[in-house]
Design a protein around this ligand. Structure first.
Ligand SMILES: [Zn+2]
Length: 252
């Protein structure tokens, strides 16, 4: 070994192992580090997006992402904890985002739709490119939802969620569980078309714009100021209501 070589030992926990090469999963392994490499740099070089990491210990002490690694350091990397209180330990991110807002990548249109249905501000466009996603996440302090780990490694992306599930309902459940969202869901408060907030509107005001029959059968209406659509609790709404109610029941 020549002078200046830095070799650190790594161990990743729980589902973070999914991102590693198979021979590195579930065990300690040694890895050569670039000169002055930070914990974040090495964790991402090994394949794990930093957004998936909640806690890093170096030689048993919690550190921030920018900690420079030294020769012989032992690095333990943990995902978001489900049932283990880490509040006394320093977490890698400075603070949580105050409001839960999302930007979903082009492959997660179904999930974006369900998030809007449950009231969460979720930007989505199937033409979003990675650099636009990053720009939006930074400018609007949004949590990035994606199945693309490279997107989560971008410098500007501080809060993200790698979505593992493939089906829309399972994806929503996964995001809800990970971010503990069930308690703050507000179903049917957001426009499914344009993501704008919905507000109640007097029947008299919208009556001229309603299809025949709707006016006689329904009393309550909401509108979106973004796209001017009008909504009422018709058959389609009741089907969505049943779907959302099923989604919001905690998994047993
Ligand atoms: Zn709208």
């Amino acid at each position: 070994m020549h002078a200046g070589t830095t070799i650190a030992t790594f161990r990743f926990y729980e589902e973070l192992n999914d991102f590693l090469a198979p021979e590195r999963r579930g065990r300690e392994f040694a890895c050569r580090c670039a000169r002055a490499a930070t914990a974040k740099h090495m964790i991402e070089a090994l394949g794990v997006p930093h957004t998936e990491v909640e806690l890093v210990l170096v030689n048993g002490e919690s550190v921030g992402f920018e900690r420079a690694l030294g020769d012989g350091d032992r690095v333990a990397v943990y995902p978001k904890f489900e049932a283990f209180d880490v509040t006394p330990l320093l977490r890698v991110r400075e603070r949580a985002l105050r409001e839960t807002r999302f930007v979903a990548d082009a492959h997660l249109g179904g999930l974006a739709h369900l998030l809007r249905m449950t009231g969460f501000d979720t930007l989505y466009d199937n033409h979003f490119r990675d650099d636009e996603m990053e720009r939006i996440a930074v400018a609007q302090r949004r949590i990035v939802l994606t199945r693309d780990r490279e997107l989560l490694k971008r410098r500007g992306v501080t809060h993200g969620c790698y979505v593992r599930a493939l089906r829309n309902e399972a994806q929503l459940r996964e995001v809800f569980d990970r971010l503990d969202l069930a308690g703050s869901a507000q179903p049917f408060t957001r426009c499914l078309s344009c993501n704008g907030p919905l507000r109640a509107i007097d029947k008299a005001q919208v009556a001229p714009r309603l299809p025949s029959g709707v006016c006689e059968r329904y009393e309550r209406f909401t509108t979106c100021d973004g796209c001017a659509r009008i909504f009422w609790e018709g058959t389609h709404w009741r089907r969505m209501r049943a779907r959302v109610d099923a989604l919001l029941v905690p998994a047993s």
